[in-house]
Design a protein around this ligand. Structure first.
Ligand code: DX5
Ligand code: ZN
Length: 222
């Protein structure tokens, strides 16, 4: 079964609180986007202090769209995040394994995100060490990026080679492209603007849930 997870990409603590209040009745988990203005041309809340100040019981995954993620892991280990996702493009190859180890030593799940242009062969040395691969279907940093169709084939190919590895997908997801992503092998769909922009939130959730529930998942796990 594929899961829909709402993304929270906010600039203030107040916005963070409001988004959590909006999503909490409908979801059991959320995806917290963190942008540093260096790896991506946008900034968000720092995230860890706001999360620690909140009483949310939702399961949290943090998506670090930050340069040198090796310098950020420790502060997230002081929060309730269950999974920490960092970008392969944001660090040097000699650091990737130590980042994964730091996350696992903190008893959290580790995910590697790749941008639309990054080929899957760059993941080969790490796939067996991580809990999920996070495929970007937009250029990271903002709500409302344009969905890149070519990533669907990349996901299909990855899933063919690693059928048991969890796949999350992030960016520009809506009821039109969700079924294609699920049939390519996606387990988790991270959704921002389709849910939050210009519509009734509960109707948008229902629309997307109906489409996802009607789609055939390729993988039995999750
Ligand atoms: C953007 C973030 C995404 C974003 C998704 O780079 O990583 O998680 O919030 O939002 P939409 O669905 O609007 O692309
Ligand atoms: Zn994200």
């Amino acid at each position: 079964m594929s899961e829909i997870v709402p993304s929270v990409l906010v600039k203030t603590g107040q916005e963070f609180k409001e988004k959590l209040e909006l999503i909490s009745p409908y979801f059991l988990a959320f995806h917290l986007d963190i942008a540093d203005g260096i790896f991506v041309p946008n900034t968000t809340i720092e995230g860890a202090p706001e999360l620690n100040a909140s009483t949310t019981d939702l399961t949290v995954t943090v998506h670090l769209m930050v340069s040198k993620p090796e310098n950020h892991i420790v502060r997230w280990l002081d929060t309730v995040v269950r999974c920490i996702i960092f970008h392969l493009e944001a660090t040097s190859t000699d650091k990737v394994i130590s980042i994964i180890n730091a996350i696992h030593n903190g008893e959290r799940e580790a995910g590697i995100a790749i941008n639309p242009e990054t080929p899957i062969d760059q993941l080969a040395d790490y796939v067996d060490l991580i809990d999920r691969v996070h495929f970007m279907t937009v250029h990271p940093g903002f709500y409302g990026g344009e969905f890149n169709e070519s990533v669907i084939e990349k996901i299909r190919e990855f899933h063919y080679f690693y059928p048991d590895k969890k796949i999350s997908v992030d960016g520009g997801i809506n009821p039109d492209n969700a079924p294609k992503l699920i049939s390519a092998g996606a387990n988790e769909l991270v959704v921002g603007s389709y849910l939050f922009k210009d519509k009734d939130f509960s109707q948008a959730v229902d629309m997307l849930k109906n489409v996802v529930e009607g789609s055939k998942t390729q993988i039995p796990n999750d």
